[in-house]
Design a protein around this ligand. Sequence first.
Ligand code: SF4
Length: 554
Amino acid sequence: MPYVITGGCCADASCIDVCPVDCIHPTPSERGFLDADMLFIDPDSCIECGACRPECPVDAISPDHELSPGLLPYLSLARAHFSGDRTADAAAGPVAADLPSTVRPGLRVAVVGAGAAGGYAARELLKIPGVQIDVYERNLTPHGLVRFGIAPDHPQTKLVEAVFPFTTGNPNLRLHLGVEVGRHITHAELMSFHHAVIYAAGADGENRLQIPGGDLAECAGEFVAWYNGDPRVADRSFDLTHERVIVIGNGNVALDVARILTSDVDRLARTDIADQALAALGRSNVREVVVVGRRGVADAAYSYSEMLALQDRDDIEVVFDASDLARDDEQRTAIDAPSAPLLKEKVALTRRVAGPPANERARRRVVLRYLLSPTRISRLGSEVQMDFAENAMVGSDSGGLRAVATGTHQQLRAGLVLSAIGFRADAADLPVAPSGRSVLHRAGRVLTGVDGEVLPAVYVTGWLKRGPRGVVGSNKACAIETVGSLLEDYQAGTLTRDLRPSTELEALLSERQPDRLDAAGWLRVDALERRNGRSAGRPRRKLTSLAEIVEAAR
Ligand code: SF4
């Protein structure tokens, strides 16, 4: 009866530290850890001691005999993970760092961003006695994408917020919510109050479709923020008056969006989805969401867990286009595409989902399309028409596969197009890599440019550092590396300089942002949201206007 990690896994790796037989992989020192959707327990090596279970922040570990039928595939997935040749995975390890338990007294650090990246960085710094941390967050609420990104019907994943130290009452951490760097306080001012600044603000920009008419597509990330109650987009509206929505891209954001658009509203009404989104989805005429990926089934960007979550739903019918699957089969056979065991499981799962007959109970459906690239969007009255080029996967010079147009085209009409094609680093004054995906850095130390010098006392962690990849817990190992670099520099004396007193910081922030909240203010908002939710049978009812949040905090 081995223990099994299931789909809620946040890959925070707390379980790895306590396993007496090192049977949980990938570890932070193994290649692929930062890209892992989840971790796995080797069923043949697990001695069933149970030590990992209480360590998991999202309650994703169970002995196999406790797994519900819907979760049993995770045991097969674990077997598949350990069945292949893992020599390459175990070879390279970019991350694990042993942090010192003490440093010279007096270190003061600014952390910009109170999401998962900032949370893990602050947590590591707080383990060192005497380190003073100020956390600056432009939103009036902490927890970043845990609050505004994770889908409301995935409450288990949100449990991870309990590991962040923002509200633990630690006197060495001060939380400044509603304070935006560049608006309420400058980078130079941060440097005058702190020995070092860690930027952990996430990759906030969304990639746009670079095709004719691409601006007719809405950003899926904004749609996600809207249904999660982000005050910055709470007043947005999306056209849900037509029967079909097209989502471009087939990563986890795309599947989240498709699932929310097709869910039974009664089911959503038991979640913490924003009230205005719940009302709009209740009025929605959407019956079909078409999710389009440019590559084949094995190269789809969604994770196994996201697909399994979709398969399990009795209120949604999942539909595949037979011609896509036939083309995919034909091409993979033609190029003799190799498949790692995990990919084979993902393809097999997709085929299983595709197999059953129509779900009679489902009122709405998600249609998964493959091997199609959007080429144009045109307005047709109140609808839009999308043109697609069919693709074939061919071998590339690098040994991988790439999608090339076959010359055949297709068209689809819809009331709304959402593009879910990834994020980029919007890092105001920091040097961004040519890819646009991340800030230039070396082990978390920000650089002046490509192949440039280290920018003294400026660090980066999270998506800003490694680009938009990995899951919530991937930020832990990432933060450990950055904090390790910072502490090394501090001990070497390169961060030493005279700082302005903290009392001046308080005065400056009070003058420039009188509506900022501290941890106590946020706890009052949190308590009110939970109380309001309880009376409606929901985990919380989010406040979605800045004025309401400030009022509740007082
Ligand atoms: Fe490791 Fe024990 Fe968890 Fe098995 S049950 S994975 S041996 S900690």
